[in-house]
Design a binder for this molecule. Structure first.
Ligand code: DAT
Ligand code: MG
Length: 151
């Protein structure tokens, strides 16, 4: 439904490399609607929760250290098929496999510095949005071009 939402994070490398405008533009121009955003420095404990499913992976500690190494921008984007569209905008996990035209295919090189996070399913999106945002932080508004993007 048009109400579907996905959690997107501009990772510390993306913010440090001044890619925030570029990254936000891609979601915005594709037609998704921003309904929440905040710049924060997340704690390691919070990131361990966020990446809990990867806790047994060899790269888990590095991932949490990197993600807590500086500020990030956490966002919620909304629209029809927002989760799948978000993943398509972002591209494959390893930038070496990501197609040109995707954020990771255009803007980065290595898997540990891949600029953005996006939820991988509707279910994990709900869980991740709950983890990063209070309900009151999600803003209800209507984008003027809504009917020009969604049938
Ligand atoms: P994604 O971010 O595409 O959803 P994921 O959930 O499998 O990918 O992994 C989360 C992050 O962990 C990923 O963005 C970068 C890091 N990561 C994944 N696989 C890795 C690997 N093989 N080596 C190092 N870091 C990895
Ligand atoms: Mg993932």
């Amino acid at each position: 439904s048009w109400f579907e939402r996905t959690l997107v994070i501009l990772k510390p490398d993306g913010l440090q490399r001044a890619l925030s405008g570029e990254v936000l533009s891609r979601f915005e121009q594709r037609g998704l609607q921003l309904v929440a955003a905040k710049l924060i420095r997340p704690s390691a404990a919070h990131l361990k929760q966020h990446y809990w499913e990867l806790r047994d992976k060899p790269f888990f500690t590095n991932l949490v250290t990197f993600m807590s190494s500086g500020p990030i921008i956490a966002m919620v984007w909304q629209g029809t098929d927002a989760v799948a569209i978000g993943r398509a905008i972002i591209g494959a996990t390893d930038p070496m496999d990501a197609l040109p035209g995707t954020i990771r295919g255009d803007l980065c090189i290595t898997v540990g510095r891949n600029v953005v996070h996006g939820s991988d399913s509707v279910e994990s999106a709900k869980h991740e949005i709950d983890l990063w945002f209070k309900p009151a932080e999600l803003v209800m508004w209507e984008r003027c071009c809504h009917d020009w993007v969604f049938e």
